[in-house]
Design a binder for this molecule. Structure first.
Ligand code: ZN
Length: 318
């Protein structure tokens, strides 16, 4: 007997026009996106800058933030004043700014109580000789300030060759830039605080430069952690599941479905993003068709998820 209240939660994505965005989300996933360059799809989000609306079922029409506030039982009665995660697809037709994010303590103090931003990237697609920038080469605040004053950006950022399937853990304080030609599935804390270090002196449609925030960036950059050299995933695949990351805020896994896979859902909630293939998921007697580009939330106590088809997905939970 299906319990409608514990059915999977499908959401309407929120799309963002950005100076560096493209049209790949339409081509790759068939999303109905706004005109112009679209850089971000906020697929599972309750952030005030993009609060997704439930697209079908018992809670259709409600914002995710409202469900979090009024139906915390759906989220295993998890604590916190806001839904903690934000799942995005990022289409970088051009380079994103070189940027860094603060941690919780700095963001809380300097950004009106915002969360910090720990993020991680799964590379969905990239140019044949694609690159990404993670980590900085400056070893102190003074050195970084001098290099920035001299505009030695190429000497500051650490570029890494990438391939589809690579994964990067971007802790707060890590300088980074998603570079042209890259399509990424991002799992992050629900935060929209970015300190731009450098934006390639690129002009917006109205001729102005986007704001940079070097002073704040220098405050938050972690000069001690060495930059990574590769995003290759070394964790073993066990029964179709590859564990990508455990951090203070979330855990992320990559899952392959070949024919059928029963997936337990013991967490307060589970975010699922289909990144390849198609099939269906059955939960509580309800069957939902799935294809790449679909995202959903599995609520607390929804029971096992039975996936059928040939698919890959990324899932995350707190
Ligand atoms: Zn970022």
């Amino acid at each position: 007997m299906a319990n409608d209240e514990r059915d999977l939660i499908f959401l309407e994505s929120v799309f963002k026009n950005t100076i560096w965005g493209g049209r790949k989300m339409e081509e790759e996933y068939g999303y109905e996106i706004p005109d112009g360059p679209v850089g971000e799809c906020w697929a599972i989000s309750a952030h005030p800058h993009g609060d997704c609306v439930v697209s079908k079922g018992t809670f259709a029409g409600k914002h995710l933030s409202e469900l979090w506030d009024t139906r915390r039982d759906l989220f295993g009665n998890a604590e916190g004043d806001r839904f903690p995660l934000l799942i995005k697809v990022i289409d970088a037709a051009d380079d994103l700014s070189v940027q860094v994010h603060p941690d919780d303590a700095y963001a809380n103090e300097h950004e009106n109580g915002s969360l910090g931003k720990h993020e991680c990237w799964y590379v969905l697609a990239c140019h044949e000789h694609g690159h990404i920038a993670v980590g900085q080469k400056a070893r102190s605040r003074e050195e970084m300030a001098q290099m920035a004053a001299d505009k030695r950006w190429d000497d500051i950022v650490n570029e890494i060759s990438i391939e589809p399937g690579d994964f990067f853990n971007i802790k707060p304080g890590t300088v980074h830039a998603i570079l042209a030609g890259t399509l990424i599935l991002e799992t992050q804390q629900s935060s929209d605080v970015t300190y731009r270090v450098y934006d390639f002196e690129r002009r917006q449609a109205d001729g102005t430069l986007r704001e940079t925030h070097l002073a704040q960036a220098l405050d938050v950059i972690d000069f001690d952690t060495p930059a990574p050299t590769s995003g290759k995933v070394t964790a073993p695949e066990i029964d179709g599941v590859t564990h990508l990351l455990t951090c203070k805020y979330f855990e992320v896994d990559h899952v392959c479905v070949a024919d059928e896979k029963v997936f337990a859902q013991p967490y307060p909630f589970l975010c699922v993003s289909i990144i390849k293939g198609a099939g269906s998921v059955t939960c509580g007697g309800e069957v939902h068709e799935l294809k790449k580009g679909d995202h959903f939330l599995a609520p607390s106590d929804c029971g096992d998820l039975t996936f059928t088809g040939e698919m890959e997905f990324i899932c995350s939970h707190i």
